[in-house]
Write a protein that binds this ligand. Structure first.
Ligand code: CA
Length: 233
C-alpha cells in the first residue's frame, strides 16, 4: 500500500521539522509548505490523505486557507492547529470546513493518535450492507459518492462527515456515547475533553434539520452522547 500523503502548512520551521520527522517515522510522506498561498497549487496536481493546517500563517490565515482547500477538495480530512484556546476559534475553523483542531502547544502522542485516526479509511465505517441513498426527513444521503440531497440543495460531504453519518445510520435509534464517537471516528483516546464532536453535530444539523436549533434527527442525549433517529421522534 502507498504511504499516506500528508500536507503540512506551518510557518514555524522548528515545529514543522519536528512534525515532519515524527510523521515520517510513522510511515507517512509529508509535503511541507510555509503558507497557504504556496500550498494551494499543490492540491491541483497531487492527492493528499490529510491536511494539517496552522491557523496563524503569513498572508492568508488558516481559516481562509481551509475554505480555499474545500473549494478544491471537498473530502480530504483537515486538522487545524490553533494557537488560541478560545472556543470561537474552533467553531470558526469547523465552520470553514475543518474536521478537527488541536490547540498549541500539543502533546506529541495525542497529535499522532489524532493523525492516525483521521487517516483511517472511511470504508471501515460504512454501513454493512451499504444503503446508498439513505433517506430521512427531506434528505437523501449517498455515502459512497460523498453527496447528499437536502432541503437546501445538493451538498458535498467530507470524509469525516461520511464517517460520522455512517456510524449514526448503522446505529439508528441507539444512544452512542461521546467516547465511542470520538474514538471510532476521530481516533481520540476516550477521555479527551473536546468540543469537536458537538461543533460537528451543529454542522450536521445545519445541513439536515428543518430547524437546526430544534433538532429531531440528531438528538443530544445529555451527559451521554448523541442519538440519530430516522423518523425524527
Ligand atoms: Ca504559525
Amino acid at each position: 500500500m502507498d504511504k499516506p500523503h500528508i500536507m503540512l502548512v506551518e510557518d514555524e520551521i522548528h515545529l514543522a521539522r519536528g512534525i515532519c520527522f515524527n510523521l515520517e517515522e510513522e510511515g507517512c510522506r509529508v509535503s511541507h509548505f510555509e503558507s497557504g498561498e504556496k500550498a494551494l497549487p499543490a492540491l491541483e496536481v497531487e492527492h493528499f490523505d490529510l491536511i494539517i493546517l496552522d491557523v496563524m500563517l503569513p498572508g492568508m490565515d488558516g481559516f481562509q486557507a481551509c475554505k480555499a482547500v474545500r473549494g478544491l477538495d471537498a473530502r480530504v480530512p483537515i486538522l487545524m492547529l490553533t494557537a488560541r484556546s478560545e472556543d470561537a476559534d474552533r467553531v470558526h475553523g469547523l465552520e470553514n470546513g475543518a474536521d478537527d483542531y488541536l490547540t498549541k502547544p500539543f502533546n506529541l502522542s495525542e497529535f499522532l493518535l489524532r493523525v492516525k485516526g483521521m487517516l483511517r479509511r472511511s470504508s471501515w465505517y460504512r454501513p454493512d450492507p451499504v444503503e446508498e441513498g439513505y433517506q430521512f426527513g427531506d434528505n437523501e444521503v449517498f455515502l459512497l459518492s460523498y453527496r447528499a440531497r437536502t432541503a437546501q440543495g445538493e451538498i458535498d460531504l467530507t470524509e469525516m462527515e461520511v464517517r460520522v453519518l455512517s456510524l449514526f445510520f448503522r446505529k439508528e435509534g441507539e444512544i452512542i456515547p461521546r467516547g465511542e464517537l470520538l474514538e471510532s471516528v476521530w481516533g481520540y483516546s476516550s477521555d479527551t475533553e473536546t468540543r469537536t464532536l458537538d461543533n460537528f453535530v451543529v454542522r450536521l444539523r445545519r445541513y439536515f434539520e428543518p430547524e437546526p436549533s430544534k433538532p429531531v434527527h440528531f438528538q443530544t442525549v445529555r451527559g451521554v452522547g448523541y442519538r440519530f433517529t430516522r423518523k425524527g421522534h
